[in-house]
Design a protein around this ligand. Structure first.
Ligand code: BEZ
Length: 214
C-alpha cells in the first residue's frame, strides 16, 4: 500500500473523469487542490458528500482550491449518478469525478484499506499546495461522512501558516487569534507583529490573525 506522507509530492497521474481525461498536475496548475475518494457511486453518504462539496464551490473558489473526487466506478455511472446528486442535494456538481475502475489512482494514493474493504476506497482526503506537496491527509471509514466546514477550516489554516510564522490553536477558525511559531524569537516577533502579542507563557504567545498573504 502506498505510504504518502505530509511534504511528499502528490504523485501525478492521468485519469478518465466525468469531465474527460485529466492530467492531475496540469489540472491543479498553480492552485491549491483537494483530492478525495468515495467508496462507490449510488451510495447514500457519498451522495450527500458530493452534494456538499458542490454546494461549497464558491468557498473553494475564494481559496483558489481545485476540487477532484474519485470513485472506483466508470464514467457512465458517474455521469448518471451526478444527475441524482444534483436533484437530491439541490446543487450542480461542478468538479470532475475520477473513474478509477482499474484502481490505479486509489492504489497510488493508498485509498484502499484492505482490512476495511478489499475493493472499495475509504474516505481519503489529500490537500495539496501549489508546489504539489501534500499538506494534509485524513482517512474516514465508509460509514462516516466528512465535514466540509472542517476541510475549509483546515485549508484556511494551511494557507495562513504557509505564508506567516504562526500556527492555529485548537478549534481555531478564520478571524480568531493565532499563536506565534516557537521558532520566532521575541525580538523578531516585535517586528513581525507590530500590533503586539500576548505572552501567556514564554512558549505560548498569541496575536491577532495576520492578513492572508499569497
Ligand atoms: C455510503 O456512501 O453511504 C456508503 C458507501 C459504502 C459503505 C457504506 C456507506
Amino acid at each position: 500500500m502506498s505510504d504518502l506522507k505530509l511534504g511528499d509530492i502528490a504523485p501525478d497521474f492521468t485519469a478518465d473523469t466525468s469531465e474527460g481525461k485529466i492530467s492531475f498536475h496540469e489540472f491543479l496548475g498553480d492552485s491549491w487542490g483537494i483530492l478525495f475518494s468515495h467508496p462507490a457511486d449510488y451510495t447514500p453518504v457519498c451522495t450527500t458528500e458530493l452534494g456538499a462539496a458542490a454546494n461549497y464551490a464558491e468557498e473553494f473558489k475564494k481559496r483558489d482550491v481545485k476540487v477532484l473526487a474519485l470513485s472506483v466506478d466508470g464514467v457512465k455511472s458517474h455521469k448518471d449518478w451526478i444527475k441524482d446528486i444534483n436533484e437530491t442535494q439541490n446543487t450542480t456538481v461542478n468538479f470532475p469525478i475520477i473513474a478509477d475502475e482499474d484502481k490505479k489512482v486509489s492504489d497510488l494514493y493508498g485509498m484502499i484499506h484492505p482490512k476495511a474493504d478489499s475493493t472499495l476506497t475509504v474516505r481519503s482526503v489529500f490537500v495539496i499546495a501549489p508546489d504539489k506537496s501534500i499538506k494534509m491527509t485524513l482517512t474516514y471509514p465508509a460509514s462516516t461522512g466528512r465535514n466540509f466546514e472542517e476541510l475549509l477550516r483546515v485549508i484556511d489554516s494551511l494557507q495562513l501558516t504557509a505564508y506567516n510564522k504562526v500556527a492555529t490553536p485548537a478549534n481555531w477558525k478564520h478571524g480568531d487569534d493565532v499563536v506565534i511559531s516557537p521558532s520566532v524569537s521575541n525580538e523578531e516577533a516585535d517586528k513581525m507583529f507590530p500590533k503586539g502579542y500576548t505572552t501567556v507563557k514564554p512558549y505560548l504567545r498569541t496575536t491577532a490573525q495576520p492578513e492572508l498573504k499569497k
